[in-house]
Write a protein that binds this ligand. Structure first.
Ligand code: FES
Ligand code: FES
Length: 137
């Protein structure tokens, strides 16, 4: 199946590969797997706690070219967005940007799930920091 130029570009030159320390309170980590194929994606954000802006994002994906391209693109889109803006990123936007064919749509869903999981992990950490005692009981 032919990959689009944008997929090939992100696949051969992936942006923001790597990891942050998952224990860092300003870091949110999302780790998700695709039931369709078993591919796994880890996506992390690093948030400025004062501004709520995502200052950096990294990913590691064990998967197909479309999954790697989707996560690479996601890290580019995440940088500079607030947590709320990041929540609005849709897998359909990734499909459109990368011109993914129907059988590869789930690869973009994996990226959206990874974004949401990373944001949730970050939010949970902030909540735990504010009201930890009552929550942990
Ligand atoms: Fe083989 Fe995704 S199905 S890498
Ligand atoms: Fe399963 Fe791409 S993530 S084929």
């Amino acid at each position: 199946m032919p990959y689009s130029d944008k997929v090939l570009d992100h696949y051969s030159n992936p942006r923001n590969v790597g990891s942050f320390d998952a224990k860092d309170p300003t870091v949110g980590t999302g780790l998700v797997g695709a039931p369709e194929c078993g591919d796994v994606m880890k996506l992390q954000i690093k948030v400025n706690p004062d501004t709520g802006v995502i200052e950096d994002a990294k990913f590691k994906t064990f998967g197909c070219g479309s999954a790697i391209a989707s996560s690479s693109l996601a890290t580019e889109w995440l940088k500079g967005k607030t947590v709320d803006e990041a929540l609005a990123i849709k897998n359909t936007e990734i499909v459109e940007e990368l011109a993914l064919p129907p059988v590869k749509v789930h690869c973009s869903v994996l990226a959206e799930d990874a974004i949401k999981a990373a944001l949730k992990n970050y939010q949970d950490k902030q909540d735990a920091g504010d009201g930890a005692e009552s929550r942990r009981a």
